[in-house]
Design a protein around this ligand. Structure first.
Ligand SMILES: Nc1nc2c(ncn2[C@@H]2O[C@H](COP(=O)(O)OP(=O)(O)O)[C@@H](O)[C@H]2O)c(=O)[nH]1
Ligand SMILES: [Mg+2]
Ligand SMILES: [Zn+2]
Length: 309
């Protein structure tokens, strides 16, 4: 059998990349290795074993173990997981200094999603040619302190593009960022042949059409894959409940034992170790404010729990 990676999935067919070939596959018979809760589903990103039927046709027989996944809850009465893609190594978050303006609130939302899915994340601040770097040093140092790599980039002037290329090389990366920050421009610079496809998909995304069906892996000629950019709603930020949000702010861990209450949410509670750390400058205040804003946007508890009360 042949090993490959699923790069695109439609209702009944899968595109599988094996070495340099792309093979159109179906699933027939019993699939080996499919997770119990997700029996029939081959997902984009899955490493699979296929039986060839002809030179470019095959049948998927086995899903190899998944090392990670990006998923969200499906709205409905009961929690149901929807896997967007599997075997992802990292989230590459593209922001811009201007047009659109840098917003740490959006950055922190992406970081929360990455933490929730246990993905490492890398921050790229593009269009640095449009502003003085000095203005953004406080963000670079604050996020680097939390072990989030932070790069200054200019797709137009070339700054940081070697770093981005190195980050993408040999990894499966999900590329996220607001429309207009320069995702397509960056890809255009480091992998010209890819650009058109990604532009098309993002354009569809921003018309509010279904996006998850478009999720696909684009192979990079220098090794690795990028996934087009699902929006923040598709990524499932809203599946998180208020009380869980604090788990995804990594710097809170060092101060939580100083909160008076074990279940402190660090909002209005008295004697809060997090708020104290903010006021003493140990926690970046803007991130704490983003935490409070995100917290207020989230639901208090699963729908079923609210109904039971
Ligand atoms: N000044 C400046 N403009 C950029 C840079 N990168 C992209 N842009 C511009 O920003 C706009 C949106 O870029 P695009 O790549 O389409 O963004 P996307 O929506 O994230 O794919 C275009 O007009 C680009 O020319 C950059 O590094 N510097
Ligand atoms: Mg684009
Ligand atoms: Zn607290």
């Amino acid at each position: 059998m042949l090993a490959g990676k699923v790069i695109k999935a439609t209702r009944s067919q899968y595109l599988v990349r094996s070495d340099q070939d792309t093979i159109t596959c179906t699933v027939r018979g019993k699939l080996v290795g499919a997770p119990k809760d997700d029996t029939t589903s081959v997902r984009v990103g899955d490493n699979v074993l296929i039986e060839s039927v002809s030179r470019n046709e095959g049948v998927i027989r086995e899903i190899l173990p998944r090392k990670s996944k990006l998923s969200r809850a499906v709205e409905g009465k009961a929690y149901k997981e929807h896997i967007i893609a599997t075997n992802i190594d990292q989230m590459v978050i593209i922001m811009s200094v201007k047009k659109p303006a840098f917003k740490s609130g959006l950055l922190d939302r992406y970081l929360v999603i990455a933490e929730k899915n246990m993905l490492r994340s890398i921050i790229c601040l593009n269009k640095i040619d449009l502003a003085a770097k000095k203005q953004f040093e406080k963000y670079a140092s604050s996020y680097r302190k939390l072990n989030y790599p932070f790069y200054f980039v200019s797709a137009h002037q070339g700054e940081g593009l070697d770093d981005v290329k190195m980050i993408l090389k040999d990894a499966v990366s999900v590329l996220v960022g607001h429309s207009g920050v320069g995702k397509s421009s960056i890809i255009q610079e480091i992998e010209p042949s890819l650009n058109l496809k990604i532009v098309e998909i993002s354009a569809k995304t921003h018309k509010g059409k279904h996006t998850t069906s478009f999720v696909q892996l684009f192979p990079l000629s220098f090794g690795g894959y990028v996934i087009d950019t699902p929006g923040i709603r598709e990524l499932g930020l809203w599946d998180i409940y208020r009380a869980d949000l604090k788990k995804y702010f990594v710097e809170f861990r060092n101060f939580e034992d100083q909160c008076q209450f074990n279940d402190c949410n660090h909002i209005e509670e008295p004697a809060c170790g997090i708020k104290q750390a903010v006021s003493q400058g140990f926690i970046f205040e803007e991130r704490y404010r983003n935490y409070v804003n995100i917290y207020r946007d989230l639901r208090a508890a699963p729908y079923e729990l609210i109904r039971k009360q």
